[in-house]
Design a binder for this molecule. Sequence first.
Ligand code: KG4
Ligand code: ZN
Length: 337
Amino acid sequence: MVGKSSSIKILGIETSCDESAAAIVENGNRILSNIVASQIDIHAQYGGIVPEIASRQHLLTIIPVLNKAMAEAKVTWQEITGIAVTFGPGLAGSLLVGVNTAKAIALAEQLPLAGVNHLEAHIYANWLKKEQPPQFPCLCLIVSGGHSDLVLMKNHGQFKKLGRTRDDAAGEAFDKAARILGLAYPGGPAIEEAAQYGTPSLLLPRAWLSGTHDFSFSGLKTALWHYAQRGGNLATASSVANAAASFQYAVVDVLVTKTIEAAKELEVKQILLSGGVAANKLLTQRFLNSSSLPVLVPPPHLCTDNAAMVAACGYHHFQAHKTNNYELDVVPDLTLG
Ligand code: KG4
Ligand code: ZN
């Protein structure tokens, strides 16, 4: 075990997409600080993330974010045990900022370094702030802007991918649907907000892909697009709210049904939700109402991108002596399991 005392403090760094984030986590589950500088306002005017702008913005914000994380946690570099950084998947230019910052600090402060898979880190948000750690084997649904993966986790560091999206990720589908409906970016929170004022009255298609644990959301998105094209269908605020509610309902229906089906088949002990879409209240409610197994879901701010989850994941890498040297490079198309 790496550690200067019984208190193991890991600095996590996350820059895979449009959030510059740094956090200090003690013993893999206690958050001492968790700073996230979001670029949402900058990218919202373009309706999506502009990679070149994202990496330049990370360069401007990463050092102030790091300083703030250290100050809020009231720690010195001598008290830090190791540095964990996301090295993929994500945008290459964005990942490079985090990885090079982590390498520079590790070298200067003589600290061990752990490269962390962003998808694995999302799962570890379920270890934060928990008195009881999750139980193995568990089934992990990772639903983010770039992924919709169903992964069996047998133990720390042991993952088997069971299913993935064949086209759009769940979060990506929310973002595109919001654009179709004339709602703001990012689409997930915008659709959830609009859906509050509507009912799921539109019958939209679900891709069940029976016999597999895969997902597909592009047909649903296209159906919504065709609906939006028909003159007058979205003329009123209540018709937009109904379309948003119907879309949200359809995505949630597929995610919940297929995940519970897989959990029964695999005889896991728990279901762990993670990723930005897990911040969706209807998704959480439906899971909690429909599953006979315990369903764990991090609080919304730990579902979306943050560095506390990276530090929690890094803690387990250090425990397993999985460290990287200064050759660590970014892997934009990294997968899990
Ligand atoms: O995990 P995340 O912050 O970043 C990635 O790793 O991609 O996920 C971002 C995605 C976006 O597509 C966003 O629209 C979606 O998560 N999202 C939501 C909600 N909050 C964020 N989707 C549905 N409901 C939400 N409340
Ligand atoms: Zn993410």
